[in-house]
Ligand binder design. Sequence first.
Ligand SMILES: [Zn+2]
Ligand SMILES: [Zn+2]
Length: 343
Amino acid sequence: MAVTVEAIGYRLTADGSFHHRGFPIDPKPDEVVVEVAGCGLCHTDIGFARGGVATRHPLPLILGHEISGRVIDAGERSMQWLGRSVIVPAVIPCGACEACRANRPTICRKQFMPGNDGDGGFASHVVVPARGLCAVPDTLPKDITLPMLSVLADAISTPYEAIDRAHVGPDDVAVFVGVGGGGGFGVQIAAALGAYVVAIDISDMKLELASQHGASLTLNARTLTPKELKSSVRSVARKGLKIFETSGTAAGQQTAFNLLDYGAYLAIVGFTPDKVELRLSNLMAFDATARGNWGCAPDKYPAALQLVLDGKVAIAPYVELHYLEELPTLIDQHTPLRPVLLP
Ligand SMILES: [Zn+2]
Ligand SMILES: [Zn+2]
């Protein structure tokens, strides 16, 4: 029961330009058509468009992997989603392979990432697997809108997965290096779990925002030396030291690694193609752990969403709304807050 809709989106081509084109939409039995309400513009999209990072599906391709919207058409096996408001996970595992069966869905090699493995959310509509969709209640609390919830698909869920794996709790100091985008949400999630939260950034504006939303201590890495940063973090020590690199920059990774201490845990949450020089043996000397995570398992989305619905994680102060038509200019701009594009 196909509905006739005009779908249109911004397709990135190999020369780096975006082309506004219509495209056919036709869901397979296990797929749905989502009318996009909002799509977040991620650091990774800028890497794809400008940083020489290759998409897994060759260009031309519609980018965008932080999608919320409403299901307006569904394949024959996915009809239960028709009419529902949803968040589309950035990483959608196949559910059947060896990794998925071993409960390691984020390393599924048959995963689908919108805007990387196929067309994404910088469009009026997107076709995605129904598997893993996160249902959003029809009535939302004041200050929360469906377009804003798009950032759950990556900027909230990816730090959520990292924090969940690190078993952050009241006995921990959780340090976030880089508190724009994902880091700002990470600060709030860790604070909601009872941790003492330290925010490190080079922007006073971001640090001020973090102090209003969960951070007990803020440190500016531009004005403090690495030694001073380390002693400030040590001065608030609790049982566990858990460091989250959320800046996705080489400088941030260097800062995060320099904070390691005995028994500490380091999570690499942000992405950069740049390299850093480290004394990796510090892990051994400190009996420390370093870990990364590729997105978040879809079955954890409802718990992450609940933190937002309960008012424990605020989205509004961390996003700025733009029209989708602004994508070609926004991709080359540095915005302090996470842009959410509205078709
Ligand atoms: Zn992303
Ligand atoms: Zn799989």
